[in-house]
Design a binder for this molecule. Structure first.
Ligand SMILES: [Zn+2]
Length: 84
């Protein structure tokens, strides 16, 4: 049906492999476009992309914060330890 070389579409596997570069804007414009077009037509890859984007945003945020107890409970625990 489709010619091999001409206007070849990316496979899901290729898109998954490119998502982190895509998020960091590290792809060539044509490749970036190809990934975008794939995700428009592929719910699986667009869901994967959304999940990756959230994860990376969260990691970035965590990396920026000073080390701090994760929860209020952990904070209170630290407090009790300090007070002996
Ligand atoms: Zn896909």
């Amino acid at each position: 049906m489709m010619e091999q070389d001409e206007n070849r579409e990316l496979t899901c596997r290729e898109v998954v492999g490119l998502v982190t570069d895509y998020l960091e804007d590290a792809l060539l414009p044509e490749m970036h476009m190809a990934v975008t077009e794939h995700m428009i037509g592929c719910p699986n890859c667009s869901a994967y992309y959304a999940q990756m984007r959230r994860t990376i945003a969260m990691l970035r945020q965590l990396a920026q914060e000073p080390t701090f107890p994760q929860t209020k409970e952990a904070l209170l625990q630290k407090f009790r330890e300090l007070r002996g």
